[in-house]
Design a protein around this ligand. Structure first.
Ligand code: ASP
Ligand code: MG
Length: 407
């Protein structure tokens, strides 16, 4: 007997037929004598629909009230799954975010889980009842409903697995696991049997959508045994494990991309101490995340150009904030380019192998793809390129690092 957390994503619970299929899978695990907690997302498309209602009434919606609205999608699927289980004779009950409770910070729309009280839930699970928990939602210490940010139900599942000290956390989704890259772009992408927490975290943060980045961070911190697998097939999936548990080490494990990028160049910034701080300070005050940064050498010994990227969805705000601070920063003009994408290669193998970066630059160069900015970490290299080359770049890199499956 084990204690297991399952999580089902939006496509897996889209409609009563699919919820019935989820109940069947949960019932099978229950019949084996496992203690089970099941975290669910809202039905696919539902959260977008709810966000849309809020924006229609208030273009920049009040966070606390918007959370009341968007958290409802998960309440519906949690109730429905509990019904589907009971209908087949499996004892079950729903535990809404405020009931457990899942206590979070008060950052509405992007709240962090602070603690989860599991005493009552554990007693019910030990007595054979399946705990059904809506993902994505929690409550502040003062009892207001919060949500964890888009895609946050993965994080709910991992946080719950950590709180329950579960033996494993299985994330059921509409793909069969973590692939070396997006199979829609590279049909010869391979499913990985294992990937390290560190690599998964980098991939999730550079655009691979399979897991919410924060969920991987939590799994790594609490050493949660985590797997990603399909809810539509009976295939083994991908385990996210510690680096020491990876036997075969490729130089590169995966290639990811992110289209939500915009490049901003601030032309003629005074080349003096504090100028760069003024730019990024203004953006930080507005809560806008800056990613890649390139500062060119000064021309005429007086001015320099600073280029950086922000999420494309934040460009309008970034531009407004910077134009407002133009006099203080003292720059000449701002050029924005929304037709850029970031392509990244990730792999723990690059820690111990030389020449990984040059393979990337050469492969792109040979195809005439110009690199506009570069950033690196210990296990990741990211380049900014023109959006029109996205598919080509991903394919070329996937081959260059020998990731293509045998034909
Ligand atoms: N329903 C939420 C969303 O669509 C959370 C999730 O599904 O992970 O972002
Ligand atoms: Mg998701």
């Amino acid at each position: 007997m084990a204690r297991i957390v399952h999580k089902y994503g939006g496509t897996s619970v889209a409609g009563v037929e699919r919820i019935r299929a989820v109940a069947e899978r949960v019932a099978a695990a229950h019949a084996q004598g496992h203690e089970l907690a099941v975290v669910v997302s809202a039905m696919a498309g539902e959260t977008d629909r709810l966000v849309g209602y809020c924006r229609e009434l208030m273009p920049l919606p009040d966070g606390a009230e918007a959370d009341v609205v968007v958290a409802s999608g998960e309440q519906v699927t949690a109730g429905l799954l509990a019904l589907a289980l009971k209908a087949r004779g499996v004892p079950a009950r729903s535990w809404l975010g405020w009931q457990a409770p899942v206590t979070t910070s008060d950052a509405h729309g992007a709240a962090r889980v602070l603690s989860i009280t599991t005493t009552a839930m554990e007693a019910a699970m030990a007595a054979g009842e399946v705990a059904v928990v809506p993902g994505f939602q929690g409550a502040t210490a003062s009892g207001r409903v919060t949500t964890l940010g888009r895609g946050g139900s993965d994080t709910s599942a991992v946080a719950l697995a950590a709180a329950l000290q579960a033996d494993e956390c299985l994330i059921f989704t509409d793909v069969e696991g973590v692939f070396t890259t997006d199979p829609r772009i590279v049909p010869r992408a391979r499913k990985l049997e294992r990937i390290s927490y560190e690599e998964m975290l980098e991939l999730a943060s550079v655009g691979a959508k399979v897991l919410h980045a924060r969920s991987v961070e939590l799994a790594m911190k609490h050493r949660v045994r985590l797997a990603v697998l399909s809810s539509f097939a009976d295939a083994p999936g991908t385990w996210v494990v510690s680096e020491e548990d990876i036997v075969e080490s490729q130089h590169i494990t995966g290639v990811a991309y992110n289209r939500n990028e915009a490049k901003v160049t601030i032309v003629a910034v005074p080349d003096r101490p504090g100028a760069v701080a003024a730019i990024f300070g203004a953006l930080a005050d507005a809560n806008i995340n800056v990613d890649m940064i390139v500062q060119n050498i000064a021309h005429d010994r007086a001015f320099t150009d600073v280029t950086f990227t922000v999420p494309r969805t934040e460009l309008v705000r970034a531009r407004a904030v910077l134009e407002e601070a133009r006099a203080t920063i003292g720059f000449d003009r701002l050029i924005a380019d929304e037709s850029v994408v970031k392509v990244s290669v990730v792999g723990v193998g690059m820690k111990s192998h030389a020449g990984v970066a040059v393979t990337m630059f050469r492969a792109l160069g040979e195809r005439g793809i110009n690199i506009q900015a570069i950033t690196t970490s210990e296990i990741k290299i990211s380049v900014l390129i023109a959006e029109e080359y996205l598919e080509l770049a991903v394919r070329v890199l996937h081959s260059a690092y020998g990731l293509d499956a045998a034909a």
